[in-house]
Design a protein around this ligand. Structure first.
Ligand code: ADP
Ligand code: MG
Length: 238
């Protein structure tokens, strides 16, 4: 397990700069939540950590390793998206094991890892089903299971619950908290849901227009927001 360090991270799309020199340390095993308005750069930062977007300048370390120019598959990260593109023709077990199968892992190891992820996510009774026979919440569990099976050092979640209805969101939020307690990996989680941020986070990062506005523990931000903007995201009026 390892933390994530961003130093002077910049992202430009053509002539447009969208991330303006972000410095951030996410500690080993920490649950770090990114919040901020639509378009402020949450997904772009996450995608840069995953290696799905090139970093224009600055550096990204995972543990002691500089991964700025390293291939996504070599970074030891797994990302869970808002839309969980499961393979419709494969069972739950096959969907979860597919990544390991593609990278040539032995069958017995894949089966063992899928069984472990299914246990953690309470998917055992559903392993032989196809995605169309699952509810939205169950499908998102499978998407999370796919990440767990890969055994990443760092989990990245981009608004994973925003397609679910309110009741399921609460249920899945509890599941994600339990997952973090059980496997203890470093997690970076993007959400626009204040309750999710307050209940899941060890540390909240408030982003505004490609810059960090404030970083802190949930209650510190809640009680002592630096300004109205932060208060608007975290709750208590400044
Ligand atoms: P958030 O996830 O916080 O809503 P994003 O990271 O998706 O924000 O986007 C940050 C900014 O970068 C936005 O202005 C968006 O339009 C821009 N952007 C994101 N991806 C691209 C891209 N591939 N090409 C050009 N601009 C992009
Ligand atoms: Mg986004």
């Amino acid at each position: 397990m390892t933390g994530v360090t961003l130093e002077g991270v910049v992202k430009r799309f053509g002539d447009v700069q969208v991330i303006h020199g972000v410095n951030l340390t996410v500690e080993d095993g920490e649950f770090c939540v990114f919040v901020g308005p639509s378009g402020c750069g949450k997904s772009t930062l996450l995608r840069m950590i995953a290696g799905l977007e090139e970093t224009s300048s600055g550096s990204i370390r995972i543990g002691a390793r500089d991964v700025t120019y390293i291939d996504p598959s070599e970074r030891g990260v797994a990302m869970v998206f808002q839309t969980y593109a499961l393979y419709p023709h494969m069972t739950v077990a096959e969907n979860m094991g597919f990544g390991l199968k593609m990278t040539g892992h032995p069958r017995a190891e894949i089966d063992r890892k899928v069984a472990e992820a299914a246990r953690i996510l309470k998917l055992e009774p559903l392993l032989d089903r196809k995605p169309k026979a699952l509810s939205g919440g169950q499908r998102q569990r499978v998407a999370i299971g796919r990440a767990i099976v890969r055994g990443p050092e760092v989990f990245l979640f981009d608004e994973p619950l925003s397609n679910l209805d309110a009741e399921l969101r609460v249920e899945m939020r509890v599941e994600i908290a339990r997952l973090h307690r059980e496997i203890g990996a470093t997690m970076i989680y993007v959400t626009h849901d204040q309750v999710e941020a307050m209940t899941l986070a060890d540390k909240i990062v408030v982003l505004r227009a490609g810059r960090i506005e404030q970083v802190g523990k949930p209650l510190d931000l809640y009680n002592n927001p630096d300004n109205r903007f932060v208060a608007g995201f975290i709750g208590s009026p400044a």
